[in-house]
Design a protein around this ligand. Structure first.
Ligand code: NAD
Ligand code: TYD
Length: 339
């Protein structure tokens, strides 16, 4: 069995590569990644020498490179994590989101149609459903909730989802789609809420909370997401969408306070800054379908996962310090100075 994992040098993709190599010692895992600002080869150093692993630096929009790789590897399964993934960046510059997230998906699926695969899996997001109001805690996203996007990021992911379903119906490509809630855990790029707050706390820097901090996200430990995708690609039904989430809703401000407490830093570091444009209020997944059909349940509770995650950032300072001292510093200054 050969699996191409795109975006495997990023946060969730790398965790998925580790999961697959350790769970299936007889599988060949080929990582295709452009190594954008978000992709980090050092993340993969522990598997580079594994004979079942191959890393290829390429853009999923590069037809020639993608078709060449399919010609060489003849993959059975393709799991597409490669994407521009940060909402704030999509507000600044939507173009690259449309290119990578939509056209890149098309290129991969064209290669799948040409060479034949048993499954093309699209890693999508709960953000395609838009947001829920704070005063309706009874509402959750199900797989039949209408697509209703807010940001260029979520619009590009929703467009890709529609294209994936169209390739299934039109060309009979055996696809599946997963829509997961916010992930956290090791190798999370420090532009995202949880790692950004951990890194700033450790450097005694202000903790920038957007708006009033009352926005709610539904957090899932990254390993649980990887296990869900593993189940879907092996046992999930072709042509189906599966929501993934662990019913763990938290307000942003409560997460930031919790991180301060865990690191023994004063809450006076918290700084309220201008809100994100079009900021989604609440995400909340109903995971009944994947639970009933595939028996998936989250295994790591937030109270344990967040402790493990904070410890990981304490133990891997060199990983994130290298990132925040490089090109990323310009982004941080642009986004947060005088905000
Ligand atoms: P990430 O930004 O950490 O990693 C993205 C990876 O894709 C990087 O390694 C990057 O180099 C690579 N990449 C970007 N453009 C590429 C291109 N054109 N060609 C090849 N590689 C390219 O993202 P992540 O948080 O790991 O998210 C992975 C996927 O999961 C994305 O599709 C995202 O939409 C989805 N998702 C993320 C979350 C979350 O909480 N992070 C939740 C649900 C779904
Ligand atoms: P983020 O990690 O960017 O994920 P997403 O927007 O895809 O859910 O942000 C999570 C929440 O945290 C979101 O409501 C925005 C908020 N946020 C801040 O308040 N401050 C920050 O510096 C960042 C990056 C996010």
């Amino acid at each position: 069995m050969t699996i191409i994992v795109t975006g495997g040098a990023g946060f969730i993709g790398s965790n998925f590569v580790f999961h697959m190599l350790s769970r299936y010692p007889d599988y060949r895992v080929v990582c295709l990644d452009k190594l954008t600002y978000a992709g980090n080869l050092s993340t993969l150093k522990g598997v580079m020498d594994n004979p079942n692993f191959r890393f290829v630096k390429a853009d999923i929009c590069d037809r020639e490179a993608v078709f060449q790789l399919f010609e060489e590897e003849k993959p059975d399964i393709v799991v597409n994590f490669a994407a521009e993934s940060h909402v704030d960046r999509s507000i600044e510059d939507p173009g690259i989101f449309l290119r990578t997230n939509i056209l890149g998906t098309q290129t991969l699926m064209d290669a799948c149609c040409r060479y034949g695969v048993t499954r093309y899996h699209q890693v999508s997001t709960d953000e395609v459903y838009g947001d829920l109001p704070l005063d309706r805690p009874d509402l959750f996203f199900t797989e039949t909730t209408p697509i209703h996007t807010s940001s260029p990021y979520s619009a590009s992911k929703a467009s890709a989802d529609l294209l994936v379903l169209a390739y299934h119906r039109t060309y009979g490509l055996p696809v599946s789609i997963s829509r997961c809630s916010n992930n956290y855990g090791p190798y999370h790029f420090p532009e995202k809420l949880i790692p950004l707050m951990i890194a700033n706390c450790l450097n005694d820097k202000p903790l920038p909370v957007y708006g009033d901090g009352l926005n709610v996200r539904d957090w899932l430990y990254v390993e649980d997401h990887c296990k869900a995708i593993d189940l879907i690609i092996h046992k999930g039904r072709v042509g189906e969408v599966y929501n993934i989430g662990g019913h763990n809703e938290m307000r942003n401000i409560d997460i930031v306070r919790l991180i301060c407490k865990a690191l023994n830093k004063p809450e006076s570091l918290i700084t309220y800054v201008a809100d994100r444009k079009g900021h989604d209020m609440r995400y909340a997944i109903d995971p009944t379908k994947i639970h009933n059909e595939l028996g998936w349940l989250p295994e790591t509770m937030f109270k344990d996962g967040i402790v493990k995650t904070i410890q990981w950032y304490l133990d891997h300072r060199e990983w994130w310090e290298e990132i925040i001292s490089g090109e990323y510093r310009n982004y941080y200054e642009k986004m947060y100075t005088n905000r």
